[in-house]
Structures are given as C-alpha cells and as structure tokens.
Design a protein around this ligand. Sequence first.
Ligand SMILES: *[C@@H]1O[C@H](CO)[C@@H](O)[C@H](O)[C@H]1NC(C)=O
Ligand SMILES: *[C@@H]1O[C@H](CO)[C@@H](O)[C@H](O)[C@H]1NC(C)=O
Length: 368
Amino acid sequence: MGASSLVGFLMAAVAALLVAAATPAAAAPRAFFVFGDSLVDNGNNNYLMTTARADAPPYGIDFPTHMPTGRFSNGLNIPDIISEYLGSQPALPYLSPDLRGENLLVGANFASAGVGILNDTGIQFVNIIRIGQQLDNFENYQRNLAAFVGEDAARQVVQQSLVLITLGGNDFVNNYYLVPFSVRSRQFAIQDYVPYLISEYRKILTRLHDLGPRRVIVTGTGMIGCVPAELAMHSIDGECATDLTRAADLFNPQLERMLAELNSELGGHVFIAANTNKISFDFMFNPQDYGFVTAKVACCGQGPYNGIGLCTPASNVCANRDVYAYWDAFHPTERANRLIVAQIMHGSTDHISPMNLSTILAMDERRN
Ligand SMILES: *[C@@H]1O[C@H](CO)[C@@H](O)[C@H](O)[C@H]1NC(C)=O
Ligand SMILES: *[C@@H]1O[C@H](CO)[C@@H](O)[C@H](O)[C@H]1NC(C)=O
C-alpha cells in the first residue's frame, strides 16, 4: 500500500468509526443470553466447587489467548460463534466479576456444565447452577441492567435479545443412563421418561418467555449415543450406543412438537428449534466430506476412541484439531461447532424450524 493510499485508507477507517459512534444505540448488536449445560457454558463453573470444569490445559489450546477459559472446547464454542454472527463480543459468564457497566449490554451467559432439565440431573457434580437458578440469575441480571440503563431500556434490551438454551443431553447421559446410579431408569421406562422431560422443559421455557425474551433458539440433543465416551463404554465395533440413540430419537421430535405448540399458544415465532441431531448427522456419517479424518475418536483423552475419563494435561492430544469432530469425550471441536452454527444460521427447515437464524435476524432488523 503506497503512502497516499494508506492515508486514504486511514481516513476512511476514521470516517467509518465516526459514523459507527454517531449511530444511535438501536444499531448496537442485540444482547445475547445463554442458558444450559457444558455445550454452552463459557466459564461459570470456574467459580464453583465442582468436578464439571474445563479450566485446565489443554482446554483452550486454540482459543485466541491459547488459555483455558472454562469452555469445553479447544477453541470457540457454539455461543461464541453465534456472537460472531451478531457482531458482538462473547457474552461474559454470569459469575464473572467483569459482568457490569457497559458489558451488561452485550448479554450474559448463565450456563453451567453438568445441568439438565431435571433438578436431580448432575447431582454427582455437587455444586452446579441448575436451570431454575440460571433463570433466577437472569432476573437478578435484569435488575442490575435496569440499575445501569433504567427500567424501560432494560426491558427493551431483553425483549430485543437473542437467547440460546441447550439442555437434555445430561438428563440421559448423567441421569437416566448413569450406570450404576440411575434411579430414574427404575422409576420410568424411557418412553415415559421422555414425555416427563418434555413437560418439565415446557415449564422452564414458559418461565423464560415470561422473563421477556422473544427469540429463543432451543437445541435438541446431539448424537449422544455416538460420542467417543459412549463408543468407548458400549461399542465393540464403532456402532453408536443403541439406548442413547433411541432416547435422542424419542426426545428431539417431541421437543420440536412442544416448541411448535408453545409458539402457537404465544403467537409468533418465539422458539426456534435447532435439530442438532440432524445437523451433526451429516458430518458424523460422512466425516471426510467435511474435512474430518474421524468423527469417532476424540482429540483429547485416553483409552479406546480417547473416550475414557477426562481431557487433562496428561491426556493424548491430537496435533491438528481441525480434522477431528470431537475435542473431548463429549464435546465438539471449534471446527465442528462452526459447522453446527452455520446450519443454525443458514440451514433448511430440516435443521432449523420454523426458519433459520439469518432469516429471523433479518426480519427483526426490518422491524426495529
Ligand atoms: C426444581 O427446583 C426448583 C427450585 O427449587 C423448583 O421450583 C422446581 O419445581 C423443581 N422441579 C422439579 C421437577 O422438581
Ligand atoms: C434460510 O431461510 C431463508 C428464508 O426462509 C430461505 O430462503 C433459505 O433458503 C434458508 N436456507 C436454506 C438452506 O434453506
């Protein structure tokens, strides 16, 4: 770049900054709120006495800082990548001391690894933030936000926000099928347990709606029978675990039906169903088409499929995380997370319904 074109470039950049600064607050990225489990926790559990944590290396090995943050990923997780699409910084964990002042306007992440729809899911992790408490924390956040910007502005931030909630996987993996500790599997057959989960989830989502948000992405469970941990425990030949696969096949369609019912009761497209099972199916069964060498072996871990135990500083770690779909025994790599979010943004109604997120964002932009 020559000196004069550099000056021209700098002037254009300054002008762009001035325009951005002069644009009214309405054009700021919408706030983003996140609820749920380890697939979306970005560091709340760092502040808790629990074994469900990801705050030691090699977690974060590909994060911009190359440091662990509490995200269950080598790099970015699903909420981080949605924040990129929104043009925002990642929302801070609710428990972060930095979540105050201007940072409140970005949103907040209330998620906590290990939780489920039911209160007794994840009890083995002792001190985690159950979903009811996550919603209580959201109320408290709203009080802090109102103290900062005023009641009306706070209500508007929440109403115009985007929400992501990810629950359900742990109600199977860390509850119903938790060998040998499952009480639930003695109480319920799986075909009765799933409708119970759905009816409890409905109450949670109704309360979330009552707290103000009007756009809520709800993910189903991914392919919980095919994660490296399950392959290591239940599979001799690399086939997915049949009981967990059946559970996901029962849960996801019932969840979608419940969300459609809620939408028709509430009027409008409040709940957006992301079929993460279908989304991950393609790259699970055709990994090479997506540039993965494997969708069965975790990058970080030990034992068969690197699926036994936790990902720790003593584990095997693959050299190139971009060619693995799974980072640890349960959680996708950043690259797999990018494929998932791309489908949430631009996918067909098989993957995201009633419409994809790019359509929702464009609709809302026109309205505001
Ligand atoms: C879970 O705990 C919350 C808060 O204590 C309570 O309001 C809710 O009813 C409980 N849910 C179930 C299914 O017991
Ligand atoms: C995303 O949604 C828009 C609007 O409904 C639609 O035109 C587009 O085809 C969708 N993308 C896919 C891949 O279906």
